[in-house]
Design a protein around this ligand. Sequence first.
Ligand code: FDA
Length: 406
Amino acid sequence: MNERQLSRAGEGLQDVQEVDVAILGAGAAGLMCALEAGRRGRRVLVLDHADKPGKKILISGGGRCNFTNLHATAANFLSQNPHFAKSALARFTPADIIALVEKHGIPYHEKTLGQLFCDRSAKEIVQMLERECAEAGVRLALETRIAKATRDGEAFRIETSSGILRADSVVVATGGLSIPKMGATGLGYEIARHFGLRIVEPRPGLVPLVLHPDDRDQWCDLAGLSAEVVAATAQPRTPAFREKALITHRGLSGPAILQISSYWQAGQPLSFDLAPGADVLAPLLAPNARRDPPAFAQALRSIFPTRLAERWLALHPPSDWTNPSLAAAERQLHDWTLTPAGTEGYAKAEVTCGGVDTADLDARTLQSRAVPGLFFIGEVVDVTGWLGGYNFQWAWASGFAAGQVA
Ligand code: FDA
């Protein structure tokens, strides 16, 4: 087999017993790392149990892949060490992935808030990565389940469903636990533990929230209705998100909810400003204005769809129509609290928060501090982006950083 060509499923590992770099996982991070290491002349093999590379890229951004965010900085990521991502993000920026996308003639647009999407299809991003990998001589072994990775003298031994592989460097790019039916596994965490790296307890992130039965009875028949809110947690020093929240059959979703879900701690309340920047009940305070339920509902319709306005009034009628009562009603709209029962879990989570503890990794190279030649990149690491293209930017940046040295 020609080592400089990208091979596909079925070719197996029989004739590839030794490589310089084995990359576990053909997702965004693994492919970016592979093309960088390949460009350096390293013999690179990417392994994945899926039947094609970049499956999550294909379903991302509603099929159009929100491949970066123009404003990405370390402040847009959750991690026990908020500074960890800075080094990699500085060395592969949104401008770098845009340059690659433009080199391949892929049209894109900014949707909102710096989020860049393909005009046509996420497939083009996968094709771009495949082409770059092929040009860099990267080989790809698909439908290859990885069982474990262990030390073998100075090198590593990787046991797979297609045979045993020896590699000088191993890059773990197996992602998190989100969407098990798409092939997510905890393999990356198992390899990390085997080599003595610590794990920050994984949990679902960017995930819809489920309400307690009483709250569900009050709201969930309005599934499909949405409003712009500011969502925040009760914990200090966590960001608040001003975006849409959506009522679902079991709870809440929409961008504001997905964003705050990554910061939410089980059992804690969330607070919502349901009328950001608005003085909703001001019309009732005007001289000679009507002060009654229809006037109240009318005012609420400036921020809510009609059925939601009516439901709010039914559940939160002012105690009377005096100025203090209306002021209290206004305050309640700006500071409404609700304690979710839980999340929809990994089946619906866009990402996994937590992961390989950054304290055990070098921020510049993503290499294990204690095990030279062992790297962790992408979502398997305890660096989780906000909604809006940040997670792919981390995958590109961390993949690039490791690809420079692996
Ligand atoms: P990723 O999960 O992509 O790849 C890991 C690979 O490892 C997979 O190919 C898997 O098959 C393989 N693997 C795992 N275990 C294995 C084993 N035991 N043996 C062999 N192979 C194994 N982000 C963003 O920035 N913009 C967006 O538009 C979206 N949209 C989006 C939509 C949906 C529905 C989801 C679920 C997620 C997003 N994301 C996103 C998040 C983004 O997709 C995610 O953060 C990156 O794909 C992570 O890339 P990685 O390469 O780290 O892991």
